[in-house]
Ligand binder design. Structure first.
Ligand SMILES: Nc1ncnc2c1ncn2[C@@H]1O[C@H](COP(=O)(O)OP(=O)(O)OP(=O)(O)O)[C@@H](O)[C@H]1O
Ligand SMILES: [Mg+2]
Length: 273
């Protein structure tokens, strides 16, 4: 079992989009994929679930013994299996978060009990920034995908996730590594282009790929299907395909020697040029 959380320090940078579309691209490449929504927004279902409305129960019900795990996991597009977070009220969400805080390794231990095939990919959508969900995801992580926008705000907050990665993943000998997806790249916009160039220099060789700004992405979401299905010839579909290929290469290469990342300490764009 290979656990791949998709994370970011800032909200709205495309984690759920990247999670959903990577899952379908990985399944298309013949891999068994379980997508888990670790975000109380419970939004992953709108990208890939075959029946999004039926995903009102899931992880929280199963974790609290109200539903068998096998019923909580649903079929999703492209042969992906989906464990939704579930629609949970504030009190149950807080109680679940307290349960996670009491047992820091709950997610890893629970997944281990599933007895999943060794090469199965478990891809986790997470909420933005530090949270008990991110702690659980990183403690269980084999390889992390960081979503980032090519803008100064996204760049400035990268050290927040880098410090979490340094703390929870990089000290582990079995941790494979980290890959970055720069989202909403728009070569027509000068500042976006400049920030992307800085990121490209900083992140190389850990850059998994880019996802261009593409109207097919929000249109696919509005149609509740993955981009590959909505617009198979689109730029976004090609971008996700190359990110999936690179991710599989990195996983196949296995754990590398991890050093503290240069972006774990805050710098301005100017200092890194
Ligand atoms: N490459 C892209 N091109 C165009 N629109 C995009 C692209 N990537 C994401 N979007 C749009 O940006 C919005 C935010 O994306 P998404 O929900 O995936 O972000 P997120 O990081 O999961 O947000 P949150 O932090 O709230 O969980 C969505 O409306 C999505 O359709
Ligand atoms: Mg999201």
């Amino acid at each position: 079992m290979v656990v791949v959380p998709v994370i970011s320090s800032k909200g709205g940078v495309g984690k759920t989009t990247v999670t959903a579309n990577l899952c379908t691209a990985l399944a298309q490449r013949g891999r068994q994929v379980l997508a888990i929504d670790l975000d109380p927004q419970n939004a992953l279902r709108f990208h890939i679930a075959s029946e999004p409305q039926a995903c009102d129960t899931g992880l929280v019900e199963a974790a609290t013994g109200l539903m068998p795990w096998a019923r909580a996991i649903r079929a999703a597009h492209g042969g992906v299996m989906l464990l939704p977070f579930g629609d949970v009220d504030d009190e149950r969400q807080i109680a679940f978060e307290q349960q996670l805080a009491r047992n820091p390794h709950w997610l890893g231990e629970t997944l281990a009990r599933f007895g999943l095939p060794q090469d199965m990919l478990v891809v986790l959508d997470t909420p933005p920034g530090p949270s008990v969900y991110l702690q659980q995801a990183l403690r269980a992580a084999s390889f992390s995908v960081v979503a980032v926008l090519a803008d100064a705000g996204s760049f400035a907050t990268l050290p927040i996730v880098e410090r979490m990665l340094d703390k929870y993943t990089r000290p582990r000998a079995d941790y494979i590594g980290t890959g970055y997806v720069v989202n909403q790249v728009d070569p027509g916009k000068r500042l976006n282009h400049d920030v992307f160039e800085v990121l490209r220099k900083q992140l190389r060789p850990d850059l998994l790929g880019v996802l261009h700004l593409d109207q097919a992405v929000p249109e696919a979401l509005a149609s509740a299907v993955p981009v590959q299905r909505y617009a198979p010839m689109s730029q976004a579909t090609q971008d996700i395909a190359s990110c999936a290929d690179r991710l599989l290469e990195r996983i196949a290469a296995g754990p590398q020697l991890h050093q503290q990342h240069p972006l774990s300490s805050p710098r301005s764009m100017e200092q890194t040029r």
